[in-house]
Design a protein around this ligand. Sequence first.
Ligand code: TXA
Ligand code: MG
Length: 331
Amino acid sequence: MTKILQPTQKNIKICSNEILKGELVGFPTETVYGLGADAFNTSAVEKIFKVKGRPQDNPLIVHIGEISQIKEVAIDIPQVAYKLAEIYMPGSLTLVLKKKDSVPDVVTAGGNTVGVRIPNNNIARKLIELSCPIAAPSANISKHISPTTAEHVLDDLNGKIKYILDGGKCNCGIESTVLDLSSNTPTILRPGAVTKYMIEKILGEVDEMHGEVKIAKSPGMKYKHYAPKVDSILVETVQDAKDVYAKKGKAIVLGLKSFVEQLRTLSTYSLGETSKEYMENIYSALRYAEKKYEYIIIQKLEGDGIEKSIMNRVEKATNYNMYIGERNECN
Ligand code: TXA
Ligand code: MG
């Protein structure tokens, strides 16, 4: 049986001891919940892969409590890393840096770089302070949707770990931006709430990895992530949502309040009024929808900021299934 613990000092201490003993703990961050192990303990980190069913070639992010700890895991840290850290750390930004020898190969999937992040969540940072740097992926079964509440973690991992620290709902809602600083040109490997524009304000132009990654640089990117258990599709307009809904059995439409309000006779779920709220609610909504419905119709968001990062996840969730309907593309 897995226990959900309130984040009291005493319970955080119990969980930090669990980490130091070489066991795993579910814990909150501002992005999604993590499944943590002592980053320097090979057999503890191996348990993460086993519990999640995660492919061995997908490296883990090491979570630290403050910027001074970065030297415990990385070497040759470029000045730009500190520049970014000053503004966006703690926050949903992971930096890929050259790894220190003492970081076990199992964490980095045998590579010579390590992903490092400082979560913007007091419970997570306290847990790290009382234990050590924590290697953690999202606390879901591999290929399922990332968890944004303690209950989501329980749904996926019940019986497989002893404790989950309950930090309530994650207020960011999608996984961190992964930025590679280990080679000459900074490159965004995974978009997130810290957007390209926000990074370029500090660094000037950065590259962005597109599509499926086949090279060893970021093996994790080649896997299908974030998928609900039932089929889903993206739609652009209210009419498209109606058209798809009419053709499907037990379907639900997820979208902004203004969108779903135009679909009153259909089953719908409001993701909130803004892109930020959409981001915060999308994973919860997908988990809710997959339990009760047979098909999920999701409103596409337009925009160049966080909207692009959110759509990166939703496109993966739908397996790049986009409704184009009867429209004439020339109109
Ligand atoms: O917000 C987050 O990043 C959450 C919370 C728990 O911190 N963590 C998370 O971990 O999303 P995970 O394992 O689900 O995703 C980490 C991604 C993977 O796609 C992985 O391939 C990539 O980061 N990654 C980790 N270390 C890397 C490295 N050294 N080089 C390139 N990519 C790396
Ligand atoms: Mg994940």
